[in-house]
Design a protein around this ligand. Structure first.
Ligand code: BYC
Length: 304
């Protein structure tokens, strides 16, 4: 069958809302687009552990600390499912991680901002996880089966993350004047970067049109951004906090993507350090797996 016929059949399956599975035929461009988006998503989960990890040892109570540890652990789990789902497209996890560490692959712009106060942890949960849910719920219906299925569990966990962030800010905003000011400061810092998470305006989004034809994306960047604003503004009012007014500074977004955000260097350096210091664990696990295989082979030989 020629490529044009295969592509037409593939698009017909997508149009009929059928799921594409790893062993199905798919255009190379579809495979590449998914590897790009899914690996960026996986990297974002892993790098996203860093700004919050910064507060684990300083959480204000034992209960908050236990909740934050569980949340950060969930992000690590999301990264792991997403790397596994990306591997079904014929690329190894080692290559994906190498691309992150070399700076060749992107991760979400949002994680290049610092978390100077405890209220920032509330703002990440409320706004960043809130934006992630808005973007990711439609991905549960993405045309690629392994990505869509990974997103179902991820979205359930993100909902708990969003609630815990809101709860931190609710307590601060009902607290002392200094605590309320801390909550407002965090909203002021995280509002614009959260809106940028949805990606460039539709007119500048180079991948959206094709991604929507393939039903990888179901809504445009601006549609999801607008929905997020409509959903979040009443929550800010409930907290008694003022939402910043003005326009998104797209120049800032592009600078962060080029590696010039406040924490780009720090984030990649931390991941490189973690990768290096975990090398012996990976090597030991591989050596153990090799020994285990040899033992099983010997037992099998003795049995026959
Ligand atoms: N940051 O054509 P466009 C989380 C890039 S983590 C960096 O609109 P697309 C969490 C884009 O990649 C959740 N780069 O692209 C974890 C492209 O560049 P390349 C992260 C961005 O793919 C821990 C170029 O700009 N979520 O929830 O159609 C704690 C043009 O953009 C960004 C996901 O990854 C950005 N914000 O749409 C708490 C969701 N935006 O690749 C929470 C899955 C755009 O050509 N991803 N770029 O070099 C998506 O839904 C889509 O990829 C995007 C972008 C909406 C992000």
């Amino acid at each position: 069958m020629d490529t044009a016929t295969l592509e037409a059949r593939f698009q017909a399956r997508i149009d009929a809302d059928e799921r594409i599975e790893p062993k199905d035929w798919m255009p190379d461009a579809y495979r590449k687009a998914l590897i790009r988006q899914m690996s960026q998503h996986a990297h974002s989960e892993i790098v996203g552990m860093l700004p919050e990890g910064n507060w684990i040892t300083r959480a204000p109570t034992l209960k908050r600390k236990a909740i934050l540890m569980a949340k950060v652990q969930d992000e690590g789990g999301h990264g792991a499912y997403l790397y596994s789902a990306t591997e079904t497209l014929g690329i190894t996890r080692e290559t994906l991680i190498e691309e992150l560490l070399s700076g060749a692959a992107k991760y979400s712009s949002i994680f290049n901002y610092p978390t100077p106060t405890w209220a920032d942890i509330g703002a990440i949960g409320w706004l960043v996880d809130g934006a992630a849910i808005m973007n990711q719920i439609p991905l549960c219906r993405c045309s690629y089966g392994p990505y869509a299925r990974a997103m179902v569990r991820i979205c359930k966990e993100e909902s708990f993350h969003q609630r815990q962030g809101f709860d931190i800010l609710l307590q601060l905003s009902r607290g002392t004047e200094a605590q309320r000011a801390m909550a407002q400061g965090a909203l002021d810092r995280w509002w614009w970067p959260s809106l940028m998470m949805f990606g460039p305006p539709d007119a500048d989004s180079k991948h959206s049109a094709q991604s929507m034809r393939w039903k990888v994306k179901r809504f445009s960047n601006d549609e999801l951004r607008q929905r997020f604003i409509e959903f979040t503004v009443p929550q800010a009012q409930f907290l008694g906090l003022a939402v910043p007014q003005g326009e998104i500074d797209w120049n800032e977004f592009h600078e962060v993507l080029k590696g010039h955000g406040p924490c780009n260097h720090e984030r990649l350096a931390a991941r490189r350090r973690a990768h290096e210091s975990g090398r012996w664990v990976r090597e030991a696990a591989l050596a153990y797996a090799g020994k285990q295989r040899d033992r099983e082979r010997d037992q099998h030989r003795e049995a026959v």
